[in-house]
Design a protein around this ligand. Sequence first.
Ligand code: AMP
Ligand code: FE
Ligand code: FE
Ligand code: ZN
Length: 300
Amino acid sequence: MDPARPSMIDLHTHTDASDGRCSPAELVRRAVRAGITTLAITDHDTVAGVPDAASDAARAGLTLVPGIEITSVVEGADVHVLGYFVDVESRALAEFLAAQRADRVRRLRAMGGRLAALGCPLDIEALVASRRRSGHSLGRPLVADALIEAGYVDSVAEAFDRFLGEGRPAYEPRCGATPVEVIGRIVDAGGVASLAHPGTLNRDDLIPALVGAGLAAIEVYHSDHLPEQVERYRHLAAEHGLAATGGSDYHADGEYGADLGGVLLPAGDYADLVGRARRSGRAAPRTVEGSGRAVPGLDA
Ligand code: AMP
Ligand code: FE
Ligand code: FE
Ligand code: ZN
């Protein structure tokens, strides 16, 4: 990275490997256009978008952090855990994520059944088949799009409010790993774990146990966090000795999350996160470094 260029760090974005709308290459193009200098791709339950973005990022001078956002479950509610600097070639991680994605298919089918019973039948098998690309994950936004196309709702927000959101009539809980297990999986794959958007999760009571399981950070800066929540989680991170992470949660222009460049992580917080990844001792933190120059402590 050009040392004269101010850093713009976004550690939370999605591609069409999960529910984002851009290909990894298109995401890199848009990030560069927005002035981003360090980008993490954090797709839901897959790392498939990371290798696809690597060469474009390197050519464009963008530092790419391999990341993931894994859905875990506590008492029927989804808890999103971010992982950074994970080894995207880890076999154990790949097997775990394949099981996670299989439960996404099960959940979508169950939600399709509930929607049919509510008078809104959809061709869920066609939806599943349309996304049968290796390593790609599907989720509720796909169902929301289908509900709009069928004329049952006018917007994704309405689809979540009326049918798909937690506690709504077509909601089906995930079955699967707890956040404690997920943190272990991320650490075993050489990564550092951060609790995603704790302000939307509203389960701060879980944080001490997660710290005990190896949680390294919490997502302080997020598009859904009000300024007072940023303040709250900044303090909570300090109290528990955790790093702060943050990002836009970009999915597409004008859709769920902020636009690229809309939520950034301060450079000092990023340096803290990299330091923790380095000190965790399993491996040097992996990034694809845009300038082609080695950055101390970072694998190219
Ligand atoms: P899933 O991965 O199937 O649990 O779906 C969760 C995803 O749905 C999130 O990552 C967002 O991309 C999207 N989402 C969640 N809530 C809403 C909402 N209220 N409006 C629009 N999109 C949402
Ligand atoms: Fe999403
Ligand atoms: Fe999330
Ligand atoms: Zn996300």
